[in-house]
Write a protein that binds this ligand. Sequence first.
Ligand code: IYR
Length: 254
Amino acid sequence: KSRTEEIKQAEEQPTIETENEQVDDDHLTADNEDTKQILFRYNKPSEADSIKQSEAFYCRMNQRRSVRSISSDPVALEVIENIIKTGGTSPSGAHTEPWTFVVVGNPEIKQQIRQIIETEEEINYQQRMGDVWVQDLQPVGTTWVKEYLTEAPWLILIFKQVYGFKKNGQRKIHYYNEISVSIATGFLLAAIQEAGLVTVTTTPLNCGPSIRVLLNRPVNEKLLLLLPVGYPKAEATVPDFKRKPLHEIMVLCQ
Ligand code: IYR
């Protein structure tokens, strides 16, 4: 594959995994259990509470920054479990819940993941990404060296299940699996923020297959994103980015 083709592919296809499988769904049958409709339990807030709570949540989310300088201070597994449970509340295509969150705390496995990623990222930065991409990243301050992969107490590796299995062993179609898992990742990022922890959304290009094999995950799972999670180091810095104001991101038609 030429370098231009690789860059084009990287731009069009944010998935980290490169191996692609075609699912032939002609012979597949649906797998619906007899799901009945139940009453939606709901308590309507007052308009004042709705305004107050939405503003408070916005203020907390607005404090979120991508932090690459993560301390090795321990984080209770229970916090991580709550974060993953929150990710699991995400909507998904046909309620297929096409996600697997692999949580790594083992130092040797973190080291092996770091080795795989830094080896590939060096090639990404030096060859695959190209000069413009590397220049565009300059303000972010990234390189192929990623201390956070071994220093953060936890790594969450987010896999999309490109298909699943029914009880009879047949393949089950996971509609919109990538968008479903991306939405779940948004939930994770919010939960990480609410827990007072930091992370950085990382997409280590070309590392998916090796990391999947390292973590013993099956071939229907493709690595989508990796989140190192922990507390920020005291000396952590972030770029002085500003967010677009409301009028630039919202168009009101009423
Ligand atoms: N995945 C690489 C490069 C990278 C790309 C973008 I676009 C970023 O916003 C940040 C990093 C890395 O993790 O360094």
